[in-house]
Design a protein around this ligand. Structure first.
Ligand code: APR
Length: 238
């Protein structure tokens, strides 16, 4: 195991880390929110208005996961977790499974996971790789038409926040990768870490995010370049 000069590392990732794997980001020029209205597909009201449309939107995203693979940025974070002598926690806003497939284990999906569905009748959450429709039946309680993606929509509470907040309060290195800094609470994490007063803060992003000025160190470029390079520096004590 390698000493990096840090003890507890928290890494926040957003859609930008998966862009070079071929998944759309949300707010880039050709991003998802330029293709569909997020109010229609990523809110409880949108689901209530037209559940079939929302389920179909998520079915298409879920199917898309089968056509992409982790990129060197995901692999570098998994290597950091394997080789770093201290703790590495990845907090992702992404609902894809690319961190898992790259080998990251200490991982929190604060916006949920596309490959999981939740029954609104009995609360059961289970893995689902195929399509879910309004005619789908819950394997646990047998009710039909009550299944929804286990993802966090706008106006819903993110997941794992107690664990995330505790990790932010005690980390000594906070790295933010591939996120625009537009959506809270994730956009506020760097301010939370600065308030705790003990961590070095680094932004690794294609371009400056909304919160760029809050980071002590900023390295801009494609994630598959800048993330492996930064992890290599950490592991070699540079
Ligand atoms: N390498 C690094 N960064 C990249 C790359 C790349 N190849 N391509 C794009 N980026 C950066 C963009 O510059 C931008 O700052 O990734 C960021 C993507 O921003 P968003 O599309 O806003 O995605 P994200 O920040 O993850 O959105 C947060 O908003 O819509 C909700 O729930 C959704 O989890 C999502 C949340």
């Amino acid at each position: 195991m390698r000493a990096t000069g840090f003890e507890r590392i928290v890494v926040l990732t957003g859609a930008g880390i998966s862009a070079e794997s071929g998944l759309d980001t949300f707010r880039d020029e050709d991003g998802l929110w330029s293709q569909v209205d997020l109010e229609d597909v990523a809110t409880p009201d949108g689901y209530a208005r037209d559940p079939a449309y929302v389920l179909d939107f998520h079915n298409k995203l879920r199917a898309g996961l089968r056509r992409v693979d982790p990129n060197p940025a995901h692999a570098a974070l998994a290597e950091l977790e394997r080789r770093h002598a201290g703790e590495v926690l990845v907090v992702t806003q992404n609902v894809d499974d690319l961190h898992e497939r790259a080998g990251s284990g200490n991982l929190i999906h604060m916006h949920g996971e596309l490959l999981k569905i939740r029954c609104q009748a009995c609360g059961t959450v289970r893995t689902e790789t195929g399509d879910v429709t309004t005619g789908s039946t819950c394997a646990a309680c047998g009710q039909t038409g009550r299944l929804r993606p286990h993802v966090v929509w706008f106006h819903e509470m993110p997941m794992g926040m107690d664990e995330i907040n505790a990790a932010l309060a005690r980390c000594d290195l906070f790295i933010s990768i591939g996120t625009s800094g537009n959506v809270y609470p994730a956009a506020g994490f760097v301010a939370d870490v600065r308030r705790a007063g003990r961590a070095h803060t680094v932004e690794l992003n294609l371009e400056p995010s909304e919160s760029a000025s809050l980071f002590a160190e900023r390295i801009h470029g494609p994630a598959s370049d800048v993330v492996p390079a930064y992890v290599s520096r950490l592991l070699n004590g540079i």
